[in-house]
Design a binder for this molecule. Structure first.
Ligand SMILES: Cc1ncc(COP(=O)(O)O)c(C=O)c1O
Length: 398
């Protein structure tokens, strides 16, 4: 039996110890953290909808009409109208015949992958996929071929070797810690050529990519070609929960075989109503998506002006490579003292030696506060002598 105090000490010594901080109030563009107001640069509440008055009101009204919780798994105590209504809405939004709600993105990915692949088959997973995908691969008991990040040649090589055992290709659409985008067209072509399914996780693409925020799959015209699209309600849609979009047969299979769907309480009605109100706001106000994108550009430009090299593509996730975990957390702490809440990301969330600040913008930030934050980050990085320049984290990790 391992000694708990010893394990905690090891984590501290390696700069990998984590602790929870107290935020007093909603997740706005700035938050009250441990009693101080700081600019929030690490929330996935990308469109600022988590505390939008209409979203809050929808949740409150649903709580009064339907109650606070769903009571059980939907297979046990029944489907409630808010579940069915939101599923129909999400399927239309993503351009799929059907959608199925899960308790969270973690449960959707791990459940869907484990249900769709099995022993004797091979799942192909990008090296920088989210932990919930990694765990889904493990749970499936299929062999997992981890292809180098966004490396289509490496994937094609693995597919040829697996021959008819190839079952699934699975990828983040926008990579959660790197902010770059998967080559979905190429992945769809390879899936077609090798007769396997393609699963795309749009956790950070929904509400952020494409003029209307429908995500990378829709923006690339691949809605029919990608077999399974996973999305979450807890990021740009400001609520909690997740969904899988697919064919009717596929969602029926998941109802029957995805263990987190079968053996876990259904998402609560207030969270569903909040997500639906957020979808209303997204569909009626695509300018939020444009603001998110231009804010990301403002932050990237500000960092570049400081001599820093933010990685990723042009998305709202802006990684600044540091490398060493201890140096990353020292920088993060100094920034917090100066009013910028910029989370340091370390192993095991990212590969060894690729610790970074993972900055995220929101549609509700003001460009001038992002420029100010970039200056604060530049000054602090120079003061601490951390080499926050050089190759993007995605390249360093490949
Ligand atoms: C790419 C990706 N997929 C899935 C998840 C899990 O979603 P949830 O937070 O709803 O469990 C996350 C969470 O950060 C993520 O980044």
């Amino acid at each position: 039996m391992s000694d708990i105090a010893e394990r905690l000490r090891e984590l501290r010594d390696a700069g990998l110890h984590r602790r929870l901080r107290l935020v007093d109030g909603p997740q706005g563009p700035s938050v009250q953290l441990d009693g101080r107001r700081v600019l929030l640069l690490c929330s996935n509440n990308y469109l600022g909808l988590a505390d939008h008055p209409r979203v809050r009101k929808a949740a409150a009204e649903a709580a009064m009409r339907w109650g606070a919780g769903a009571g059980a798994s939907r297979l046990i105590s029944g489907n409630m109208a808010p579940h069915r209504q939101l599923e129909e809405r999400l399927a239309r939004f993503k351009g799929y015949p059907a959608a199925l709600l899960f308790g969270s993105g973690y449960l959707a990915n791990s459940g869907a992958i484990a249900a769709l692949a099995g022993r004797g088959e091979v799942v192909f997973s990008d090296a920088l996929n989210h932990a919930s995908i990694v765990d889904g691969c493990r749970l499936s008991r299929a062999e997992t071929f981890v292809y180098r990040h966004n490396d289509v040649e490496h994937l094609a090589w693995g597919l040829r070797r697996a021959a008819d055992r190839a079952s699934l290709i699975v990828t983040d659409a926008v990579f959660s810690m790197d902010g770059d985008v998967a080559p979905l067209g190429e992945l769809a072509r390879l899936a077609r050529e090798h007769g396997c399914r393609l699963v795309v996780d749009e956790a950070h693409a929904t509400g952020a990519v494409g003029a209307e925020g429908r995500g990378c799959v829709a923006a690339s015209g691949l809605s029919g070609e990608v077999d399974v699209v996973v999305g979450t309600l807890g990021k740009a849609l400001g609520s909690y929960g997740a969904y899988v979009c697919a064919s009717r047969a596929m969602t029926e299979l998941l109802v029957n075989t995805a263990r987190p769907f079968i053996f876990s309480t259904a998402p609560p009605p207030p969270a569903l109503a909040a997500a639906e109100a957020a979808l209303d706001l997204l569909e009626s106000g695509p300018e939020r998506v444009a603001a998110l994108r231009s804010n990301a550009a403002a932050l990237r430009a500000g960092l570049a002006a400081e001599g820093l090299s933010p990685g990723g593509a042009e998305t709202q996730i802006v990684p600044v490579a540091i490398g060493d975990a201890v140096a990353t957390m020292r920088l993060s702490e100094l920034l917090l003292e100066r009013g910028v809440f910029a989370q340091g990301i370390r192993p095991p969330t990212v590969p060894e030696g690729t610790s970074r600040l993972r900055l995220t913008t929101m549609a509700t930030h003001r460009p001038d506060e992002l420029r100010w934050a970039a200056r604060v980050i530049g000054v602090a990085a120079r003061e601490l002598g951390v080499a926050a320049t050089g190759p993007a984290p995605a390249l360093a990790a490949a």
